[in-house]
Design a protein around this ligand. Structure first.
Ligand SMILES: Cc1cc2nc3c(=O)[nH]c(=O)nc-3n(C[C@H](O)[C@H](O)[C@H](O)COP(=O)(O)OP(=O)(O)OC[C@H]3O[C@@H](n4cnc5c(N)ncnc54)[C@H](O)[C@@H]3O)c2cc1C
Length: 288
């Protein structure tokens, strides 16, 4: 029996490819009079023109479909690591405790204007269980509104180890090189190069469209008996087996936008942990 995720992804990938190819075909033909014999450089130039001419259409038509396809593929691949020794990936419960918080900031004072970021989570809402209200008589928290859901998380240490084992087991090798310019990559003389240099691509490819977004994460000592995450007063806690991750998103969508500074901000982490601690005080936590 064919896997519905496979056939769905294939159809979507084909559709994306067709939109891209049609647009590229038209753009190259417009630039040089004919599609026949176009060089890679000419194709790249045409793609740039397409993006610049109508970035919104480009994003709306193509990116959303590509994003959804990637998200569904990632979910499927991660699901394959459930139940594997070392627990690289697992489902955990998560609670959202609300009704006591001030609104999140929508922008940063004197910061860049608030951007209307794309939001695609509804496209993949079928992948994870929906939030359900927790009746107050069975809720572990004393708060106006408590909801519960489940989320798939990865445990970085075990997950990294699993991937490395697979990589080395398949004959992979590491060579450490820092590329200063794309010409060094071309000089490798390889038929295929997978360029996944993350934020490093900004300098390597002089691609100023890559915007850094700073985040501040605190890690608490791992608690093996804690198997649930919480969202409370714009603080998120994720119970990773290698340490509980705590992060504030009180600054809203623009928090850290454009900030390349990687210095830890201990005060921000301490505020986030203090907020989380409130939730486990007798006033709100029924098992205190
Ligand atoms: C502390 C922390 C926690 C996070 N937690 C989560 C999470 O829970 N869930 C989640 O989805 N995301 C999380 N993220 C974000 C996630 O890690 C990134 O989005 C993801 O790693 C980006 O993947 P990438 O392959 O694009 O880039 P990267 O993982 O950054 O990989 C890029 C690689 O390219 C190398 N490189 C760069 N430039 C060069 C060069 N010139 N020459 C040679 N090599 C180069 C870098 O050294 C690096 O190894 C977290 C990030 C951080 C920092």
């Amino acid at each position: 029996m064919s896997d519905p995720l496979d056939s769905e992804a294939e159809t979507r990938a084909e559709r994306v490819e067709k939109v891209l190819l049609d647009e590229l075909h038209a753009s190259v033909t417009e630039m040089r009079g004919s599609w026949e014999g176009a060089t890679e450089d000419e194709e790249r130039g045409a793609i740039r023109t397409m993006r610049e001419r109508s970035p919104e259409n480009w994003v709306k038509q193509v990116f959303a479909d590509v994003w959804e396809e990637m998200a569904r593929t990632a979910f499927k691949v991660h699901s394959g690591y459930l139940g594997v020794p070392g627990v690289p990936v697992e489902w955990v419960d998560q609670y959202a405790v609300s009704g006591t918080e001030p609104g999140a900031t929508t922008g940063v004072p004197n910061g860049p204007p608030v951007i209307d970021f794309a939001s695609y989570s509804r496209r993949i809402a079928d992948l994870t269980p929906a939030w359900r209200p927790v009746p107050s008589d069975v809720s572990p928290f004393e708060a106006p509104s408590v909801a519960r859901s489940e989320i798939m998380i990865f445990n970085i240490t075990a997950y990294g180890q699993t991937l490395l084992n697979e990589f080395f087991g398949s004959g992979g090798q590491f060579r450490r090189v820092e590329f200063q310019a794309p010409s060094q990559i071309a000089a490798l003389g390889k038929k295929v190069v997978i360029n996944c240099t993350g934020y490093g691509a900004r300098a390597l490819w002089q691609d100023e469209t890559l915007i850094p977004v700073r985040g501040q994460i605190a890690r608490l000592v791992a608690q093996p008996d804690v198997h649930y995450g919480v969202v409370y007063r714009h603080v998120l806690a994720v119970p990773r087996r290698d340490g509980i991750v705590v992060q504030s998103f009180a600054g809203g969508a623009m928090q850290g936008y454009g900030e390349a500074n990687e210095r830890p901000d201990t005060a921000e982490s301490e505020r986030a942990v203090a907020t989380l601690a409130e939730l486990f005080s007798p006033a709100l936590w029924r098992f205190a």
